[in-house]
Design a protein around this ligand. Structure first.
Ligand SMILES: [Fe+2]
Length: 222
């Protein structure tokens, strides 16, 4: 499907709650599948292209994921959704996922350079500014999408690292499993927040999803 959610809009009033929820989840799943399908075969890339994907991914994830999740926590108003985000943050900090990420990149000889970081700067900044608006539902939905994408990206990411000579796969092993549950829980949080605090008319609940989709394409394509 198209990678943009500009149309058709979802009209909550014309759909039952469960139909609306299913529609949102289907759109997210289709977007993830579309992004995964765009990933080139790691075996057909040059070593530098493989290194670049790992490096850009690391430049984005290592220093930003906990920040994104924290901003989402600050944006969400419903008491019921807070524990979902806190559990996620707890795991990130307790198990030091940024350290895991750095070990993974270093072992693949793909620690990001200034050029790698700057290659994703514009789209990363757009995501930071979006989260700064502190809108609960769009922020939560973007995190649910991202956890779902990460889970499916772990196999190609591990393959890229393996082809670069690495055997350090703790990061990809951990995120290929735990992010399935995280994504499901975050969707539950999205729907709880939507019921308690419906979005203002005209709000594009997929704004963050679209920004992250662009950032993901930037990571993969350079
Ligand atoms: Fe993580």
């Amino acid at each position: 499907m198209s990678s943009t959610f500009a149309a058709p809009p979802i009209h909550e009033e014309s759909l039952g709650a469960s139909t609306l929820e299913a529609s949102i989840e289907e759109k997210i799943a289709a977007t993830i599948d579309d992004l995964i399908a765009q990933i080139p075969n790691p075996e057909q890339l040059t070593g530098e292209q493989r290194r670049g994907i790992i490096a850009r991914y690391t430049a984005v994830l290592e220093g930003n994921f906990i920040y994104w999740m924290t901003a989402t926590f600050l944006a969400v108003k419903s008491q019921e959704a807070h524990p979902i985000l806190l559990e996620n943050l707890y795991e990130e900090c307790r198990d030091s996922h940024p350290a895991m990420m750095r070990s993974f990149a270093l072992a693949a000889h793909a620690f990001p350079t200034d050029k790698d970081a700057l290659a994703v700067d514009r789209n990363l900044t757009a995501m930071r500014l979006f989260l700064g608006k502190l809108e609960g539902v769009p922020s939560l939905l973007s995190m649910a999408f991202f956890e779902g994408w990460i889970q499916k990206f772990m196999a190609p990411l591990a393959k890229l690292a393996e082809l670069q000579g690495s055997t350090e796969m703790v990061y990809t092993d951990v995120h290929g499993v735990c992010d399935v549950r995280h994504s499901q829980e975050l969707f539950r949080g999205v729907f709880l927040e939507m019921k308690r605090y419906p979005v203002d008319e005209g709000t594009d609940i997929f704004e963050g999803v679209n920004l992250l989709s662009t950032l993901v394409r930037n990571i993969v394509q350079g």
